[in-house]
Structure formats: C-alpha cells, structure tokens
Design a protein around this ligand. Sequence first.
Ligand code: BGC
Length: 344
Amino acid sequence: MKKKIVAMLLTAAMATSMAVPAFAAEEAPIDLTGIDVENTTIGIAIYQFADNFMTLYREELVDYLVSLGFKESNIMVQDGKNDQAEQTNQINNFITAGVDVMILNLVQSSSAPQVTDLCNEAGIPVVYINRQPDEAESDRWVAEGIKATYVGADARQSGTFQGEIVLETANKGDINGDGKISYIMVQGDPENVDAQYRTEFSVKALTDAGMEVEELLLQRGDWDQAKGQQIVQDALTQFGDQIEVVFCNNDAMGLGAMQSILAAGRVVNEDIYLLGVDALTDALDNIIAGNYTGTVFNDHISQAHEAANEAIKFLKGEEVAPINMVDYAKVTTDNAAEVLEMLK
Ligand code: BGC
C-alpha cells in the first residue's frame, strides 16, 4: 500500500522556479468503528485487467483495503475483459453472494443506470470508479436517495494540463514557426468521458492561449499501446515533419507512439512533442531520458484510497456525496524524477 499522495499543483506562474507537486505523505486514518471489518465482503469489478493504469489502481485498492484490516479472502476482484455482458454477470454473482458493498469500474459507463438499479434493489451500495456515469445518473442517485457514488478525476483538468505543457515549451508547440500548432490526437475509447474531455481540453488550452491549431488526425486507440504505436507509425508516414505535437489520451498509447517516433528518427523535444496522461513509470523514465515531453499524473493512489473510504462510509451508514474528485498534476522534466521516486 502506498501512502496517499496529495498532489498540489503549483501554478504555471510558479513553474519557472520549481514545477514540483508537493506531496503530503500522511493521511488521517479512516475510522472503522461500527464495521465488522473481519467479515465484510467487497465485490470489485474492473473493466479489463489488461489495462496498465487499472492494474496499478486495482493493486493499490486491494492493498489499501487489506491494510485497513479487511480480509483478502473477503475481497472478490473480477476481470470484465472489456465485455459489459460478462461484467454484468459478475455483478449479478456479487449480488447472489450477498457482498456488503461493490466498487465498480464499468466496461460501459452507459450501463450505470441498469447496474445501479440491480444493486439498489439488492440493497448493496456502489462506488463507481474511473469511468464516470453521466450527470443525469448521478443526479438520480441524489433525487432518489440511492446509495451510489463516483470517485474519479476531472479529465478536463488533465487535458488542460497537456495543452499547458505544450505552451510551456520554448516555441509553444509551433516548432516550424508557421504560426500554427499541427497535431495528431490518439484517443482512448471515445465512449469514455476521460477520452472525450482530454481530447477537447488539450486543444482548448492551446486555442484559449490564442494559438492557431491544425488537427492532422484524430483516431481512436482504445487506451492500447499497440494501437497507439500503429496509429502514430501510419501518421508519421502520411504527415511526416508536419506533425509537431502528438497528444495521447493516456501513457500506454503514448509509449506506443514513442516507439514509432523513435523508429522514424524523430527527436522528441526538438522536432516533435509527445504528451500522455497517467504517469506510468515507463513514461516517467522516458521523460527523464528526453524521449517523452510530458504526462499528467492520474493519481491512482488517492483515487483507490478515496474509493475504499467512500465504500466504508456507506458501510457505516454515513452520508456520501455523489461525486468525489481527485486532482491531477503536471509532470515534465522538471519533476519527473521526483514523481518517479514517490511512486516506487
Ligand atoms: C486512464 C487510462 C485507462 C482508462 C481506463 C483512464 O483514466 O488514463 O490509462 O486506460 O482510464 O478507463
């Protein structure tokens, strides 16, 4: 179990001196009074174990619950294999098993109304994580007093941070000086708000700063490294030197993109910029090595702890807010080593 990281982003104004997130190592222990910790059963459904980021998140979540005293044998964790029908079966099995609470990373966030109703009818509270149900759904939890909540991070912030990292480079992303930033966008699964918002807000940060932009390509890579690699390989063949910035909605795709960029003989931070999200350790190593411009820390540690803490509030019968957001933090050469150290 990692210590919770409270990443407080220093503003761009302060960035010149030290763009380092401040990490508060200690978190107040959650009060477990009134919970039969030994016998509490928890159902966790992850959309797909083959996702790098969700693997870090899942491991942290289980470790944290165990550190609080919940028994590992009472924590059931299922792999939805990116198939909503399969995941809905797993959730039904949790209901049959009579779990006390569920923590769910849906395959399709659009299934939230149906899944919420299943759990609500069975009297089991639900903490949704990572894939945010739409606003109408979270409004309904409040209006109908349903025990459901969401823990995540506001993806608009991560997109904005990606754009800001580009603006903080010497030429603000306009490497060839033609007055516009020409980019390609490698998108995650577009059903996911994280993919939608990162795509929109990374570019919005540029245009809000008065920059002209040119989108050469937008293609879905479904959060997947191999797809990211292929998309960027093809784009480099098609557009060559025209590409100044490669935005990837996550680091898995960013690392795939990096392989293609290096294979094409392009030099990151000199003739091309590369941006991801998550702060996977591979991405951090490559920021330090100069092969990757920057990423945005998607704080799986705070999100995992927050998800468990919200589940505990439900178990205690406490009031739970419908939406609980954790901050992102920018990572560039200025602070990558520090973030890496903290994640070890
Ligand atoms: C992460 C991605 C991950 C996705 C899964 C996003 O928040 O940035 O790496 O694949 O969640 O839903």
